[in-house]
Design a protein around this ligand. Structure first.
Ligand code: NAI
Length: 334
């Protein structure tokens, strides 16, 4: 029996969480889900969108599956996602972007690993209104955080037989902050002679990714560029509905999709649970449940191979519940 914190989030979060927990339940794997709500509704009831009980639960269980939580834009409380990553020191945001068989995209050979620093940069949230016409935000980059994220990227490359790590910055403009990140990457790279090290400016990377994504392998980026480039990566493999992610710290990991709470399709039974399901599959591997993970993955790929099961984001007409039923029925064929 595994004890895992489950954060169903809001927007489409609860719908895709239901789908994924149903699928996992069907495999017979015993999980004791410690369900923890967070977000705007919780803020009204408990005075904060991220109560201490949520943090305590993840600290106790060491592992969580998390659906998206809405962040008010331009006002309101600080992002629950950013706070959670910071409070738990989940310093590495790992976002693999690999084509799924049968999902038609412009490219069919994308296999990128995006490693995003998760705790600092402009996400430090140090902003100030100077006067009614001027605001400023402080970009924090430290050697400690840059060293450990670059080390994470190289260790990942070694462990997973990848060939190249590319550091992505805008060090020509942000000479001190991105310059520090890049210098850390250069120094760490020297300790991994078996991995090729490359450097690229983020604007050039974006252009090259939309032309030749197959040229790239592992990318390591400060927080903001990592956030933006991972949505670009999601677009390369079929959109946000299929882009998985994980936030990893020293001994805690929170698995969550790249996408947000998709308020535009909330409650309409249209959301694609694939991104959360792929994140859950990685979580199962992380806790050593490889057989169940492989079984769900095979059922998912079989489901996606039939156009009648595709949700609207992938050009189909299937609802969230129809998609979920199809995965469950395919589970039984493995
Ligand atoms: P979003 O990712 O929620 O949606 C962007 C577009 O992708 C929308 O058209 C949406 O319908 C579609 N989409 C996203 N996931 C989908 C899925 N599973 N199936 C089908 N279509 C899907 O990004 P947006 O609109 O910028 O953000 C909405 C809210 O989510 C904001 O409050 C934002 O702060 C929050 N957010 C939360 C994240 C998290 O909890 N980790 C991550 C990103 C955003």
């Amino acid at each position: 029996m595994h004890n895992i914190t489950l954060i169903p989030g809001d927007g489409i979060g609860p719908e895709i969480t239901d789908a994924v927990t149903q699928i996992i339940k069907e495999t017979g794997l015993e999980i004791n889900w410690d369900i923890q709500s967070a977000g705007a509704d919780v803020a009204i009831k408990e005075g904060t969108p991220l109560p201490k009980r949520v943090i305590d639960s993840v600290k106790k269980n060491k592992i969580a599956l998390k659906a998206p939580v809405t962040t008010p834009i331009g006002k309101g409380f600080r992002s629950v996602n950013v706070q959670l990553r910071k409070e738990l020191d989940l310093y590495a945001n790992l976002r693999p972007c690999k084509n799924l068989p049968n999902i038609k995209t412009r490219f069919d050979n994308v296999d990128l690993i995006i490693v995003r620093e998760n705790t600092e940069d402009l996400y430090a949230g140090i902003e100030r209104q100077i006067d009614s016409e001027t605001a400023e935000s402080i970009k924090i980059i430290t050697k400690k955080a840059s060293d450990r994220i670059c080390k994470f990227a190289f260790d990942y490359a070694v462990k997973n037989n990848r060939k190249t790590v590319t550091a992505v910055t805008k060090a020509n403009i942000c000479k001190l902050t991105d310059g520090l990140f890049l210098n850390c990457a250069r120094e760490i790279a020297k300790k991994y002679p078996q991995i090729e090290f490359k450097e690229i400016l983020v604007d050039n990377l974006c252009m090259q990714l939309v032309q030749n994504p197959e040229k790239f392998d592992v990318l390591v980026l400060p927080n903001l560029y990592g956030d933006i480039v991972s949505d670009l990566g999601a677009g390369l493999i079929g959109g946000l509905g299929v882009a998985q992610g994980a936030n990893i710290g020293l001994d805690i990991a929170v698995f969550e999709p790249v996408h947000g709470s998709a308020p535009d399709i909330k409650g309409q039974n249209k959301a694609n649970p694939t991104a959360l399901l792929l994140s859950a599959i990685e979580m199962l591997k992380y806790i050593g449940e490889d057989t169940t993970a492989e079984k769900i993955n095979a059922a998912l790929l079989k489901t996606l191979s039939d156009p009648k099961n595709l949700t609207a984001d992938l050009g189909g007409n299937a609802s969230t519940t129809e998609f979920t039923k199809a995965v469950i029925s395919n589970l039984n064929s493995f």
